[in-house]
Ligand binder design. Structure first.
Ligand SMILES: [Zn+2]
Length: 164
């Protein structure tokens, strides 16, 4: 770290402590060159992704929007609101892992679907049907195929298959 007084790159850390409720680390540093002290802060970079929508319009990423979509998919399912928030956090951290400025909305949808598939079958299908805008039954069945394999050890309930 360059010294703000003499510009030398020769310092040692005297003291490190968490501040801002643990969201930052404050370091007191000592410049071996000019023997003066200075302070640096280390913070987690805030997520400032831009979402590219299907019509190529851009909008700032909204965590609330993802949360609403997932909440709607989980409506009346035995899933706690804590679990939903956890899932939203997982989606967000997956987004951050691979994208740092712009992300297509389709990728966000895929990430959310991936996590929902592991959480709840009904919520997954609800989310997928809204997100994918299935145009015909075959698309829908194709979407479900990997899920059925995934759940092979759990017998599916076919009792309502002929209801329509
Ligand atoms: Zn210095």
């Amino acid at each position: 770290m360059y010294c703000p007084h003499c510009n030398a790159d020769n310092d040692r850390v005297l003291d490190s402590r968490a501040c801002e409720d643990g969201r930052a680390i404050r370091r007191r540093r000592y410049c071996n060159q000019c023997e003066r002290r200075f302070t640096t802060y280390e913070r987690v970079e805030r997520l400032t992704l831009t979402v590219i929508k299907k019509d190529l319009a851009r909008e700032p990423f909204s965590r609330e929007k993802i949360e609403r979509g997932i909440e709607r998919a989980c409506w009346k399912r035995p899933i706690s609101s804590e679990r939903i928030l956890e899932l939203v956090a997982q989606v967000e951290s997956d987004m951050q892992a691979d994208y740092d400025s712009e992300i297509p909305s389709s990728v966000i949808g895929r990430i959310a679907m991936h996590h929902l598939a592991n959480l709840d079958q009904v919520a997954y299908v609800r989310f997928a049907s809204v997100y994918r805008e299935f145009t015909d039954v075959e698309d829908f069945v194709a979407e479900l195929a990997p899920l059925r394999n995934h759940l092979d050890d759990r017998p599916l309930d076919h009792s309502s298959d002929n209801a329509s």
